[in-house]
Design a protein around this ligand. Structure first.
Ligand SMILES: [Zn+2]
Length: 183
């Protein structure tokens, strides 16, 4: 390893925050102008959505349907800035859905405040609703969480969560839609 690549690795290490997500200063400006209030309402929340009716779309189609920031996170495996997502400090009772395809993913009962800057869940509604795969990007080995139905990137899962599952599904707000529970 020569000196410049060593410096690159060191700089990269410093950009990784304690929650294991990358911080990319280059994208911060863009995110400021794309607040969640501009988020397109694009999904018919589909509680029956499952893996028997997968959603397969071309990247061109996704680009048309999603906002640029949604596309960056959901389809290009980006990460929203910590403490900026609309569901980080949000504890209404209801269900969280994939913002790309409407697959129901998480219940509010399993959501907790991890202090990490992103919504955290102890587990998915059913294991089969999310797909886990190894992510070796940014010099780390993490477990990526994807929507099983449409293959969109949701976030990562870590094993430092509270009992009994011990899991922390650290999910981008922008990857989620929420529907409040009827009283
Ligand atoms: Zn989906």
């Amino acid at each position: 390893m020569n000196n410049s690549s060593l410096i690159t690795v060191m700089l990269l290490a410093f950009t990784i925050n304690s929650c294991g997500f990358e911080r990319s200063p280059d994208t911060n400006k863009k995110e400021d102008s794309l607040t969640t209030k501009n988020k397109k309402s694009l999904v018919n929340l589909n509680e029956g959505a499952n893996m028997d009716n997968p959603v397969v779309k071309s990247e061109e189609e996704w680009k048309k349907e999603l906002t640029p920031e949604q596309y960056r996170v959901l389809r290009e495996k980006g990460t929203e800035r910590p403490f900026t997502g609309k569901f980080d400090e949000f504890f209404e009772h209801g269900t969280y859905y994939c913002a790309a395809c409407g697959n129901s993913l998480f219940e509010s009962e399993t959501k907790y405040n991890s202090g990490c800057g992103w919504p955290a869940f102890a587990h998915a509604i059913e294991n089969k609703r999310v797909k886990l795969q190894t992510d070796k990007s940014h010099g780390m080995i993490r477990t990526e969480v994807l929507c099983t139905r449409c293959d969109s990137h949701l976030g990562h899962v870590f094993d430092d969560g509270p009992k009994p599952t011990g899991q922390r599904y650290c999910i981008n707000s922008i990857s989620l839609d929420f529907k409040k529970k009827k009283k």
